[in-house]
Design a protein around this ligand. Sequence first.
Ligand code: GMT
Length: 382
Amino acid sequence: MKIGITCYPTYGGSGVVATELGIELAAAGHQVHFIAYSQPFRLRGREQDIAFHEVSVSNYPLFEYPPYDLALATRMAEVAAYYELDLLHVHYAIPHSISAYLAREMLARDGKRLPFITTLHGTDITLVGLDHSYLPTTRFGIDQSNGVTAISKYLRERTIQEFHPERAIEVIPNFVNCDVYMPLSAEQRAHGRARYAANGEKILVHLSNFRPVKRTADVVRIFSRVAREMPARLLMIGDGPDRPAAEWIAHSTGIQDRVHFLGKQDNIAEILPLADLLLLPSELESFGLVALEAMACRVPTIATRVGGIPEVIEDGVTGCLFSVGDVDAMAAAAVDLLRDEDRYVAMADAARKAAQARYCASKILPLYERFYERVVNGPSAP
Ligand code: GMT
């Protein structure tokens, strides 16, 4: 099949899922065309059967707000026509599903068919979509899509509750390539850990876009409690608006030399398996992709019991779940687990096994392929 994919190319889970999906689809023999304002950050540009088409928005002085949505729709229609795309798959409803709708309708006037699928990722529904200025357009984009998927049961239910869409929503969960995200050999692991920590020190890791929903201040507070009990380091990967606050807490609690702010990294599969634990104390996660990536690397997660996280992490088996803001309980759980070697090994093994059994790319890709077939053979417009 010839598939166009649009996503936010910057640091964030939906862009990661879209990019990894494109890579898997190309490896399975499909032709993939990414259409976005810049190359998705996990795409190296050397992948076979993947092309990238940049959307440039003209900056005419009259435009205080350059109309990206329209430029995207135009590029989608052009790429679809030139490369004879079978369908478009857009990740994150706003504004992508509206641009895809415009592209489909423009092509329909020339007798060309371009069905599109919208995958909902989370904040497009839970935050942005519920802002009243976006609600009607988000609902319209969902209802006009030829197919809609959500990345967790939680997100499907939440979308139905809040938007009452006419379209059915299929759950196709996020996935991880278990041959890329995998544990390292003892030797490789020891070598990699030496870059960040001394022998005998535990390594905790957090990865996000440092937005308020991630509660990065809680990450540092949890770690400061852990660091009182045992020699440990915290790797903070990513960047965003709450990074200065997290840095300030690290300094004001006197643990700044134990916390390493690494900024945005694109070699996550090399860093995650070096860690002992992932901290993910978010206010909300529709899925929590990074927890799955950590699980595949045999790293258990201490997280909050919110949104889709309980679908990914089995409490007490593949990780530990707590109420939002309960930093004391999360720190105590981290300390207990890191001190109990047998329990830690059982949890780390269970995490890897669960990722392989339920969320491996080889299991999820066929679900998307079957969904694509249904949409391509279905009606031109809903
Ligand atoms: O969490 C973010 O702020 C980024 C956001 C995105 O769209 O990139 O993440 C959402 O999509 C991810 C991939 O499907 C999910 O793993 C995240 O849980 C989800 N974030 C939220 O629901 C807050």
